[in-house]
Design a protein around this ligand. Structure first.
Ligand code: NI
Length: 176
């Protein structure tokens, strides 16, 4: 497995609508493995292919890592599609490896049903609620060029981005 380069805001690949995968072959499985490795290396719980510069409808999720940064229960989703949403909404604090160091409260559907292809290319459906529902909606948004910061108020977004730039600048000057 190889750790891939992570693309961060405001890279244009993050704004692009990703293309569906035609077949889950060995190349796609290699990408799934590499994405998982990249996600673990940065202690993330979900990662979408556009975040590693690949504009394809692919994501990996693992929020059951016994130790942050190691395999727990990896889940693979190719061409995921939300086919049902609950009336009920929930608000959770979200972060994103493409928006380093930041968090914000985001409102999502409390439960969703998702149709997708698994690691072997088999069609599956999953009914998700709670944290998995939030992660799935966050990651599927990435495939449509949407970041969680697009789902908060403009004022909050501007404050968050200002803070991110300030922290990046501080990090860079420390490195020099
Ligand atoms: Ni994200």
């Amino acid at each position: 497995m190889t750790k891939l380069k992570l693309y961060t805001y405001p890279h244009p690949v993050l704004k692009k609508k990703a293309e569906p995968v035609e077949a889950v072959d060995d190349d796609i499985r290699q990408l799934l493995d590499d994405m998982l490795e990249t996600m673990y290396a940065d202690a993330g719980v979900g990662l979408a292919a556009p975040q590693v510069g690949v504009s394809k409808r692919i994501l990996v999720i693992d929020y059951e890592q016994p130790e942050k940064g190691g395999p727990g229960r990896p889940r693979y989703f190719v061409n995921p599609e939300i086919i049902w949403v609950s009336d009920e909404r929930i608000v959770g604090s979200e972060g994103c490896l493409s928006v380093p160091g930041q968090h914000a409260d985001v409102e999502r559907y409390a439960a969703v049903k998702v149709r997708y292809l698994d690691y072997d290319g088999c069609p599956k459906e999953i009914m998700a609620d709670d944290f998995l529902a939030i992660v799935l909606q966050h990651e599927i948004d990435h495939l449509d060029g949407i970041l969680y910061i697009d789902r908060i108020s403009r004022l909050k977004r501007e404050m968050l981005l200002k803070k991110m730039r300030k922290e990046e600048k501080a990090r860079r000057s420390e490195e020099e």
